[in-house]
Ligand binder design. Structure first.
Ligand code: 5AD
Ligand code: SF4
Length: 441
């Protein structure tokens, strides 16, 4: 039996897809990248922005055509669109067999069998209670030869930013017990993982009994063999001094952070319900830089939020320069059903949103270019994870998150190097990566 999974959306979804694959693998399935070969085809969908939702829906539409030619393939929509749309998906896209929301992946294999038996559609939405067993962990049969891994420490979000559908599709916040997080990390490290990224929709709001996020970072930093620790995505409101000062102090905590700001106008931030203003954000940035001058700070930005004037937008551009972001994901605002912002007048015209997005892209690209350029001639520690694009090249990330490609000079192959930390001298900066050569010690 073969499983095909197509994934959209955030790292949480990417991580969930890996877990889904493991669940099916341990039930005897093999994976395929060709949906025509599949016995079960799943779309792991995202609904954060209108465009993501459209993509997931049209991909499912494509699978439906496949189903017409083959009655025995089970087509499922899982992920955030499943939670958002539920039953309605069957009207939107006839031919879908099952709609399963994220908190029910543990039962996916059984649910596929149930659909086959009952020859009818099946919907399972809603949230679990966040018990220890409700967090998907690496199961038996996991192939864990990889050097990096994600570890979910909390799920859901109840921040309720006005534009955001996440609380609707991922439910209330549930935090994983500290003992489980620690034991998963230790298990991963024992199996060869050297870099762990902690995942959560509001990761730095983590709390398990007395243990808050900064204490969690400290405890994981003491895990022997864990070389690198990262986390995504934090909320600026929870960047307390004990978290900012962890950078530069904890040996494993990497010199990079993705810290979504969303807007450079305090007026718009307030309308977004972000519960911080531009000064608060800049204070966090200065604390981070004080603790760790080399830190790369990237962000998320929304342009064209309801009521965003030219002046508000100019403040966003000014903030970009002031912080000197090392990168950004920027988006045109789109109203999402059920959110508070959906009832506001979406009053920034499309062409103006496009213009603002282009302006943001241009600034960010310039900053990225400058930042990458400043690394030429320096030495970076690269964790090798895969082959590079060019023949003979291997590829990995530096602690500051930059992708670095280089050709090993000692005859080592990618199999020798995966999971190894190599000192690389940067020789060139390209538009999305760096190039280098192994440094002579
Ligand atoms: N419109 C545009 N962008 C959005 N994001 C979240 N909701 C919306 C929306 N309705 C962006 C935010 C968030 C990222 C994951 O997606 O920038 O940080
Ligand atoms: Fe998309 Fe949000 Fe769901 Fe991630 S949690 S897949 S960003 S809707």
């Amino acid at each position: 039996m073969k499983l095909y999974v197509k994934t959209f959306g955030c790292q949480m979804n990417v991580h969930d897809s890996r877990r889904i694959e493991e669940i099916f693998r341990s039930a005897g399935y093999t994976m395929t990248v060709d949906p025509r070969e599949a016995d079960v085809a799943l779309i792991n969908s995202c609904t954060i922005r209108e465009k993501a939702w459209h993509k997931a829906i049209s991909e499912t539409g494509r699978l439906r055509k496949l189903k017409r030619g083959r009655r025995d393939i089970i087509v499922g929509i899982v992920g955030c669109v499943a939670q958002q749309e539920g039953e309605r998906i069957f009207d939107l896209i006839p031919g879908v067999d099952m709609v399963i929301a994220p908190d029910h992946y543990g039962q996916l294999v059984e649910l596929v069998e149930e659909v086959k038996l009952r020859e009818d559609t099946l919907v399972l939405t809603g949230f679990d209670r966040g018990r220890p067993e409700d967090f998907l962990t690496p199961g038996p049969g996991t192939s864990r030869r990889e050097a990096t891994a994600f570890v979910t420490i909390m799920k859901g979000c109840q921040e309720r930013c006005a534009y955001c559908i996440v609380p609707t599709v991922r439910g209330p916040e549930r935090h994983r017990p500290i003992e489980d997080v620690e034991s998963e990390v230790r298990g991963l490290v024992a199996s060869g993982v050297v870099e762990v990224t902690l995942l959560g929709q509001k990761v730095n709001a983590y709390q398990s009994g007395e243990v808050g996020f900064a204490e969690l970072l400290r405890r994981l930093d003491s895990v022997e063999g864990l070389e690198r620790l990262r986390f995504t995505s934090p909320h600026p409101r929870h960047m307390t001094p004990d978290v900012t000062s962890s950078f530069g102090r904890l040996r494993s905590l990497c010199e990079s952070i993705h810290l979504p700001v969303q807007s450079g106008s305090s007026r718009i931030l307030s309308r977004m319900g972000r519960r911080y203003n531009v000064e608060d954000y800049l204070l966090v940035v200065s604390k981070l830089r004080e603790a760790c001058p080399a830190i790369g700070i990237s962000t998320d930005l929304i342009v064209g939020y309801p009521g965003e004037t030219n002046e508000d937008f100019a403040e966003t551009l000014a903030l970009i320069d002031r912080v000197g972001f090392s990168g950004a994901f920027s988006f045109k605002y789109s109203p999402r059903p059920g959110t508070r912002a959906a009832s506001l007048d979406d009053d920034v015209p499309q062409d103006e949103k496009v213009r603002r997005l282009d302006a943001v892209h241009e600034r960010i690209e310039n900053l990225e270019r400058r930042w990458r350029g400043s690394m030429v001639g320096t030495k970076l520690e690269v964790l090798v994870t895969n082959e590079g694009r060019m023949p003979g090249q291997v590829s990995g990330r530096a602690r500051n998150s930059q992708i670095v490609n280089f050709v090993p000079t000692d005859g080592s192959t990618i199999d020798d190097l995966v999971g190894r930390l190599v000192e690389v001298e940067v020789t060139a900066a390209h538009s999305h990566s760096l190039e280098g050569k192994p440094a002579i010690r």
